[in-house]
Design a protein around this ligand. Sequence first.
Ligand code: CS2
Length: 511
Amino acid sequence: MSASPPESLGPALLGRLPPEIRKPAYDRAALEPGIAHIGVGAFHRCHQAEYTDDLLASHFDRWGLVGINIRPPLLAGTLGRQSGLYTRLIRQNDEVEARVIGSIVRIVDSQDSAAPALDVLASPDIEMVTMTVTEKGYCHIPSSGALDLDHPDIAHDLANPETPRSVPGILARALELRMASHGRPVTMLSCDNIPANGIILGNVVRAFAERRGRKLADWIEANVAFPSAMVDRIAPATTAADIDTVEKGFGYHDSAAVVSERFRQWVIENRFAGRVPRWDRVGASFVDDVTPFEHLKMRVLNGAQTTLSYLGVLGGFEHTSDAIADPLLAGFVRRMLTEETLPTLMPVPGMAPAAYIEQSLSRLTNTAIRHRNHQIATDGSQKIVQRLLNPIRDRLAKGESIALLSVPVAGWMAYLIKASARFGRAWQVSDPFAERVAAIADRVGLNSKALADAILAIEAIFDPSLAANATFRAHVVAGLDGLLSNDPMGFVRQVCAEPTDARLKQPARSA
Ligand code: CS2
């Protein structure tokens, strides 16, 4: 006889949870929606929703979160059925710490139509809109930051502004509805890993709104703030094994559980419209300028993840922690960050960059965080500008070597090239530029120079002055020669064997 299935997490179970599980320490029934979040994935549940839960527990001020998804998955069957409650596990190697988060008071599925999302976003109760919609959600051109007017969803939304699909279109419509009804100010806070994310978000929403008319653009100028923010916590997509861990370890079922590391950080530009949840009372920082923090985080932590993801897949490693357990890859990434990335960083108040590099590398060794290299490799075209190309550009401007930072750029290319039919569809990829690169690979075949010429000509990723730089091109060609060979790790070994030299030099051609 099989045992009856374990009870699911929900308000009724809260009082009976094992004592070691921390529970919402406030009256959830007294919460009122004040914050709306778009993109209720693992990261949001481990980050902004946890900070909000901390704030409610220590300085209760009634701000509940409304969680909206405008893309799959549906939330109703998981978080919705659990009245917004979910378990957040912190895992560090063998340790597991569980906590039930209660800050999400309502769930809104708006995948088929923007109407449910617009109802929330336009409501006078909502004064803070946060979002994790992935890099590509902003519909901007990565190399320039401008709204991509050729993006099919943007073209659709400009033609049908009352039934938008894109993030810029939905936000502009919500602001138009706010202007036409109560006129209350609102802050729109991007929590995605794009450089100057507040400026990009402001750009795309304003560019869209300007096409709707001057009145809306002026209203936005006077009533909406777009602060930039640096967000950090490693929180991979939840797996069946994670759900099992909750079930076996704590005796209940939670289909919305999430897993993260212990480390977390949130640095928010002090520029708001309307009321602001005081996340600065629970560990977030409000600062005048986020730029140094965001460079540090995207170039070091994210740069290392991206490097390990491409070199890791090419070397046959499944997760970040597997890739960094390999002495060759660990040595490569540490040298890249220390010798080439670190000198590009701005001084960061209260942080020593060398120590930050060590802390970041150590975070990546956590074997309980099963972050798949293919997950991080997803949408590389939207990530490499801020993680790799910006530091490369800074170094080239100073005549400094880019021998190491160019390797993961070639890694991104090799990853997409090897997914093409001509290269045997080594793995499945997901990237807005995957088809374009596959078509190049199918046409060109194994000719690194021709591959590099064609891929570097994609202006949305490589701005023309960078693409024309002879040193950068030579390194990318050498990188493709090495990484597309039968021994990609041999190429990494060869790069590592070359002596440290901060000056600019052309790569030696591999044999
Ligand atoms: C990762 C990030 O998938 C990715 O692109 O690099 O999600 C990363 O884990 C977070 O930015 C960490 O804060």
